[in-house]
Design a protein around this ligand. Structure first.
Ligand code: ADP
Ligand code: MG
Length: 716
């Protein structure tokens, strides 16, 4: 091969990379020299310290240097293997080393060779013995031993030893990776250059240099993320939004009408949202709080302010059932103030039951004067058309719906506010569409996303850095803790008996079936089997129903409403089905195969009970007795704090799992970095300073890196 090696040279052109290795590298997405150099080590072993044989104290791991006195193969008949034995000597003593089933080693190592060995040393009948050590002949430039050596993620037949051998040659040839970080950032943070980082990661000169290289690597990872999310926010803030004025009198009346006092956390959240609504730039806020913490009330108050200012709100829920429920509760809370609430989903359209009022002046005393009762309504199509018409003419102030609202080309009279419940369940494209639903005057609506999935604080500071966050971390008074237990198979009978007693007292029960890959068919089978088993063999005398994702929406709705009204005792459901419907009479939550769910998810399920005045229970069924599983499940029995649970989940399962669908396009970021508060603060501040003075687009290499983060946790 004559042409000089560059970063773009394909690996197949390198010496020692035949088609076999090329295929193996391809699996790791390594096609070019650049890819190979960017295939960074996972860990390092410090073999820089050479110990004199006399000072070796078994057991322990050592690197020694000496001469081969003797080397040879022998066969162990009893153990049916070949053993290579060598005696090594340095000026302080001798030591034996053995290797198993590698007879070819005697071709690489010969008597008299000066050699380095590293590995675990054991005591064998009073003598020291090194078992299967790594080896390398002494030379001017060591690759594998006598220094800090990298360990790569290895795949079948592709060893760290081979990778080191290839990469060491390349590192010598390739000096300059283009620096993409702004010079100021490098200076402020005392970082080493990008090229130096790559070189030092593969072949550190010493532990200090390695530390600097790792520091740069971690800094970059989190800094890029910070620049990406903060830049998204910067772009967003360039838009105009309608400024909504706060009406104190109205807020007091609203609170009075609720019949309960708001928790401190609710008040704080409302205040934060009100402040955002007053601003002429769009709100981009996440309202977090466990199921039942009272998010809907908070959003209703904000909606009321928007309506009183003469503007419209769209409220989106991920499922028909939830949309209907939100519609009902918003109607109840807002109609007394003359706010007209309508529903539009794929299956249903409902008009408000209040006489239309001019949008700009909604008198609080408008009251309920039902003119358009549901029963007056003819076909769905005509109601839908009427809803659309009224939205356009401004006669509806709040439109509740599912994504069907997005499919329609709805024109709004003056849309100022978009609320999305559990927004991560909407696809990215759908979310983009939400944002485009702006008012006629080119403003962008304020955006509030609500979620019952607690996000660890470190993630809200990093991945969700473009969001402002309000947290309801306090339950309305009087809620009892859900008593949670891990139930092994032998105790299952007892829990069934407990269920029977509880149902006799008039309470109800949820049963969640185990998660089975992502296949809906498997899910269906699992939920059906569990339903059959429970109804035929366990609770023959009770009314059991089942619900799953494959059912038609009307069917699901009927089953849910039968359960909500107490017609059925037990509801068997898949994890995918939204059981967010409020059933205060349900007091037991059974989770089959609990070990297959993440902690945050289990916590979510648990939130479905304990919503009424009765003591509630959550039983985690599992036949997995492994210590890690038991420890994990124990964690959830001990705490009710969703945030603590989420942190634990992040630690155990990593960000991909925790972020779930939200992590669209999230590049591979180390969990360890995502949990490192200090690193997050450091990169956040640096990114902020950078963006204050600069535009990302003036730094093309940086912009290119950032583009990989497009849409990360983005509400657009
Ligand atoms: P979330 O949407 O967070 O799951 P909701 O807003 O649906 O919670 O509230 C759950 C229930 O608690 C509702 O019936 C609501 O009326 C009630 N609620 C909300 N806030 C309070 C409060 N501060 N005190 C008492 N009950 C409340
Ligand atoms: Mg809710």
């Amino acid at each position: 091969m004559n042409s000089p090696i560059t970063l773009k040279t394909t690996v197949s052109q390198l010496q020692g990379v035949g088609s076999v290795y090329q295929k193996k590298l391809e699996k790791l997405h390594v096609d070019t020299v650049e890819d190979l150099l960017l295939y960074l080590p996972r860990t390092w072993e410090d073999f820089s310290k050479i110990t004199e044989i006399a000072k070796v104290r078994p057991p322990g791991t050592y690197c020694i240097q000496g001469n081969i006195w003797s080397i040879g193969n022998k066969r162990s008949v009893r153990r049916r293997m070949s053993i290579t034995e060598a005696i090594i000597a340095d000026k302080t003593g001798t030591m034996k080393a053995v290797w198993f089933n590698q007879p070819f080693l005697i071709k690489n190592m010969k008597q008299g060779d000066e050699i380095l060995l590293a590995g675990r040393v054991e005591n064998e009948y009073g003598k020291i013995l090194m078992k299967s050590p790594a080896y390398e002949k002494k030379s001017d430039e060591q690759t594998h031993l006598g220094k800090i050596v990298p360990t790569y993620k290895e795949t079948d037949g592709l060893s760290s030893r081979w990778l080191r051998y290839q990469i060491t040659k390349l590192v010598k040839i390739i000096y300059s990776f283009k620096e993409y970080l702004p010079a100021d950032v490098i200076k402020n943070q005392s970082l080493i250059s990008y090229s130096a980082m790559i070189r030092q990661l593969h072949f550190p000169d010493n532990s200090y240099q390695l530390e600097k290289a790792i520091d740069r690597l971690n800094f970059d990872e989190m800094f890029l993320l910070q620049v990406a999310v903060q830049n998204q926010r910067k772009t967003l803030d360039k838009n105009r939004a309608i400024s909504v004025q706060f009406n104190e009198e109205l807020s007091k009346e609203f609170v009075k009408s609720l019949g309960f006092t708001l928790t401190t956390a609710q008040k704080k959240s409302i205040w934060e949202i009100i402040k955002d609504l007053e601003k002429p730039t769009p709100m981009n806020r996440l309202l977090e709080g466990d199921v039942g913490s009272g998010k809907t009330v908070v959003s209703a108050m904000a909606t009321l302010m928007v309506a009183r200012n003469g503007f419209q709100t769209v409220f989106l829920a991920p499922t028909e059932i939830l949309a209907k429920q939100h519609y009902e509760s918003l109607k109840k809370m807002l109609e007394p103030f003359g706010v007209r609430v309508a529903l539009l989903t794929g299956k249903k359209a409902l008009l408000p039951s209040v006489i239309p009022a001019p949008p700009s002046v909604i008198p609080a005393e408008a009251g309920i004067q039902s003119s358009l009762k549901e029963e007056n309504v003819k076909s769905k199509k005509s109601v839908e058309a009427e809803v659309l018409k009224q939205a356009k003419e401004g006669e509806i102030q709040v439109l509740v719906g599912t994504h069907a609202v997005l499919k329609e080309d709805i024109d709004f009279w003056s849309l100022a506010f978009v609320i999305v419940d559990e927004q991560h369940r909407f696809g990215v494209g759908q979310r983009a569409k939400l944002r485009q639903k702006s008012g006629s005057d080119g403003t962008m609506p304020h955006f509030l996303s609500m979620s019952a999935t607690p996000i660890p604080r470190t993630l809200t500071l990093s991945v969700y850095g473009d969001l402002d966050i309000s947290v309801i971390d306090e339950m309305p008074p009087g809620r009892k803790k859900v008593a949670t237990f891990v139930i092994p198979p032998e105790k299952k009978e007892d829990s069934y008996e407990f269920i029977r007693q509880t149902v006799k007292k008039g309470r109800q029960v949820f049963v969640i079936c185990p998660l089975i890959d992502d296949s809906e068919n498997m899910e269906l089978r699992s939920v059906t089997a569990e339903y059959e088993r429970l109804s035929r063999m366990v609770f023959t005398d009770l009314k059991i129903a089942m619900i799953h994702g494959k059912m038609r929406p009307e069917e699901k709705e009927r089953i849910m409403s039968d359960f909500a009204t107490g017609k059925t005792n037990i509801l068997v459901s898949t994890s995918l089905v939204e059981v967010g419907v409020d059933v205060p009479n349900a007091t037991i939550m059974i989770i089959e195969g609990a070990d297959r769910f993440g902690l945050a998810q289990l916590h979510q399920f648990r939130g479905r009970v304990g919503r009424g005045k009765y003591q509630s229970y959550c039983f985690l069924f599992t036949d997995n007795q492994s210590e890690t599983v038991q420890k994990r499940l124990d964690a959830i029995t001990k705490t009710n704090d969703g945030f603590k649970i989420a942190e634990k989940d992040l630690e155990i399962r990593g960000p991909g799992e925790v972020l779930g669908e939200r992590q669209h396009g999230l590049p591979d970021i180390k969990t360890q970095n995502l949990m490192n508060v200090e690193l997050i603060k450091r990169t956040k501040t640096e990114a902020k300073n950078f963006l204050k003075k600069n535009e990302v687009n003036d730094f093309p290499l940086l912009a290119e890196k950032i583009s990989k983060y497009d849409g990360v946790a983005n509400l657009e």
